[in-house]
Structure formats: C-alpha cells, structure tokens
Design a protein around this ligand. Structure first.
Ligand code: NAD
Length: 360
C-alpha cells in the first residue's frame, strides 16, 4: 500500500518525538512492504519565524493532498504574549479546519508496567482501556453570539452553546462504530438535566441506538462521568461527548495513564472516497519548552499516534497492533524515558524510539 503522509514536526519536543515516530513508520513500512511517501511542512512557531504565518498556505496545500497528517506539537515561549492570531497555537485550529476533522479520539490505557506512575491506586486503574470521542467543531467554543460588551458592573460576557442534529448524528455514528470494534459499550456524556443542547444530544444518540442494537448504550451526566473516571475507570469502553465536556474529560483521562507523554490522539474527519478517514494524528502533549532540546522527551504518545494512523486512516490493523505490541514490550523491558521513572538509568528519546523499532 502507498502511504502518503504529511509530517509537521512543529516546535520544541514536537520535532524530537516526531523524528522517532517517523522512524517507527519507516520500520513498519519496511517490515510489511508498504511504500512510504513523506512530505514535511511547517506549522506553529517555526512557521511564524520562517513565513510570518502559523499555518502557511503551503502547509494547508500539503495537508489537503496527504492521506494523513502526523503532527508533533506547537508552541514557543517567545510568542506567549502575542495576539491570538499570531500565536503558534492558531496553527492547530487552522490545520483542523483545513482537514475538516470533527472527531477527536483519545485512547486511554493503563499499561501494567506503569501502574505505579498513575496518581490512582493500582487496583483502581488496572485494566483501564477506553477511548474518549470528543466532538471537535461545534458547541460553545464556536457558537455565536459571543463576546464581551459594556463596562463597569454591567460589563457582560456571552458564549453560545449550539448543536444541530446533523452534527450530533455524525459524531455519534462514529462512536457507535468504534464501540462495535471494541467491547460494544457506549457511554454518552451530557448535562441533559440543565442544558437544552444536551437534551437534543441525548435524544439523537438514543434514537440512533436502534440502528446499533449490539452496542450497549448508557447516558451519563458529565459531573458523574468526571467522578466515575477516577473512581471506576475500567467501566468505560467508548465515551462520547461534546466539545467542551470532552476537552475537560480527556485531560482527566490523561492522568490515568501515568504520564502525559504516553498519550496519542487522532482527529478524524470525513471519509475519503476510498473509505479511509481523513486524519490528523498527534501526541496529546505540547512542545514542553522546559525539556526541549535535551533528548529526554517521551516519544510514546507520538508513536502511539502512528499506530492510530495506521489503523484509522489506512485500515492497517495488523501493523497498528505490531506497533502497540512493540511499545508494550519496550515498556516491560524498562527502556523508557525519565518521565516514566524507570528503575535503571532513563533512556533518551532516540533510544526509546530505537527500542520500539527493534521490537517491531
Ligand atoms: P506541555 O504538554 O508542553 O508540558 C507540560 C509538562 O509535561 C511539562 O513539564 C513537560 O516537560 C511535560 N511533558 C510534556 N510532554 C512530555 C513528554 N513527551 N515527555 C516528557 N515530559 C513531557 O504543556 P505546557 O507546558 O502547558 O505548554 C507548552 C507549550 O505547548 C505552550 O506553548 C502550549 O500552548 C503548547 N501546547 C501545544 C499543544 C499542541 O501542540 N497540541 C498542546 C498543549 C500545549
């Protein structure tokens, strides 16, 4: 198979972890006989430095042409006080928009060898294996009217949460289909006791469940979900939720795995005529200026994002499983970076990447 991939290393440790993720991609292509066609583009702070824009037109063009995009992370401290339109993070919103991705998938797994790194007791977190499906293009982050008006005690801020039936159906179908490939349990999260948006959400998801009788559906209020995620995370398989709730819950899910450096993510868009999902794959973490340039960042979030890309955009389940197994083996061997607090001397980013390539 020909794998047409755009690589956007971005800033800080983004470039370091992406380098290892690309090595893993090359190893998979070599082992399974796929042809890799890689293009590289600019996004974020480096793009501002080189072109003046956090998402240059060339990057948008390359992304539209690629089958899938692998992103490191963006963000440079020198832009911390720049206006929003001139910040590296604007590149993230831009690339999501170019690709039209509407679902953010965040797998959360508790690795046996990392249980001690989790802030939760081992017996609580052991066996956790869920995927959080967050709607990415609607809800309160985008709704209008929005803004701040007036002054003095009457100064007033407004945001609007809005969802259409079509937006809810689109993401809910994706979640039902994912649940079918897993343990067939879907937890739809809302705040239907207070919000009209959530009432429509619940009605639409419940209506769709008739088409997926093999998937067990439950509705969970978001406040209860936040609690259950730490009390009983193993009860979840696929968690479906709207944009803002998903933003918050997925970061809560992130701590279960022990280190933010472990977490992959996939932002998925419409299906191509070939049947493959358009996808943007990136680790959950940022550019970590505090450790950038030191070759000590954990590359597993980026490498896990490659596994997600192989599975969702290319349908290469065996290859994705091989990457996952290799990561498991390396974790068990203790050849891991400092954030995972290994018993022996910690590995560098590149050593951890080499270990995964060898295990594949
Ligand atoms: P961060 O995720 O970059 O770092 C938070 C902490 O986690 C830091 O102590 C860092 O050293 C550690 N860390 C993160 N990834 C790690 C890894 N792979 N291995 C080991 N340790 C790791 O978040 P931040 O410090 O709040 O943000 C830094 C910059 O990144 C900011 O400019 C922010 O806007 C940007 N950011 C970008 C993205 C993205 O590109 N998707 C996401 C979050 C933050």
């Amino acid at each position: 198979m020909k794998l047409n991939i755009l690589v956007l290393p971005g800033d800080g440790i983004g470039t370091e972890v992406t380098r290892e993720a690309v090595r893993v991609l090359r190893r998979v292509a070599e082992k399974y006989g796929h042809e890799l066609s890689l293009a590289e583009g600019l996004l974020g702070g480096i793009a501002i430095h080189r072109t003046g824009s956090p998402i240059p037109e060339e990057t948008a063009r390359l992304a539209a042409e690629a089958d899938a995009t692998l992103l490191g992370a963006v963000g440079l401290p020198e832009f911390d006080n720049a206006p929003p339109s001139q910040r590296p993070e604007r590149g993230l919103l831009g690339i999501r928009k170019v690709l039209g991705v509407f679902a953010n998938l965040r797998p959360v797994r508790a690795y046996e060898t990392l249980l001690d790194s989790s802030p939760l007791k081992n017996e609580r977190v052991r066996g956790t294996d869920m995927i959080i499906v967050r709607e990415l293009t609607g809800g309160i982050y985008y709704g209008t009217p929005r803004g701040i008006e007036g002054s003095g005690p009457e100064e007033r801020a407004v945001n609007t949460m809005a969802y259409t039936r079509a937006e809810i159906e689109r993401i809910a179908r994706m979640a039902f289909e994912l649940a079918r490939q897993r343990r067939r349990k879907l937890s739809s999260v809302d705040k239907s006791n207070v919000l009209e948006c959530s009432q429509l959400w619940r009605r639409v998801v419940a209506g769709l469940s008739a088409e997926y009788p093999d998937v067990e559906l439950e509705h969970v209020l978001v406040d209860n979900c936040a609690m259950q995620l730490v009390l009983n995370p193993t009860r979840f398989d696929v968690v479906l939720t709207e944009n803002m709730f998903g933003d918050i819950l997925s970061d809560e899910g992130a701590v279960l795995a022990g280190s933010i450096g472990m977490l992959p993510s996939a932002s998925i868009g419409p299906k191509r005529p070939s049947g493959a999902w358009v996808g943007l794959y990136e680790p959950v973490h940022g550019s970590a200026p505090d450790i950038a340039g030191q070759d000590r960042a954990n590359p597993f979030g980026a490498i896990g994002s490659v596994a997600a890309m192989l599975e969702y955009s290319f349908g290469l389940k065996e290859e994705a499983a091989a990457v996952q197994r290799a990561m498991d083996a390396v974790l068990a061997s203790g050849r891991v970076t400092a954030d995972l607090k290994p018993k022996g001397a910690p590995c560098s980013t590149s050593e951890a990447g080499s270990a995964v390539c060898e295990a594949i």
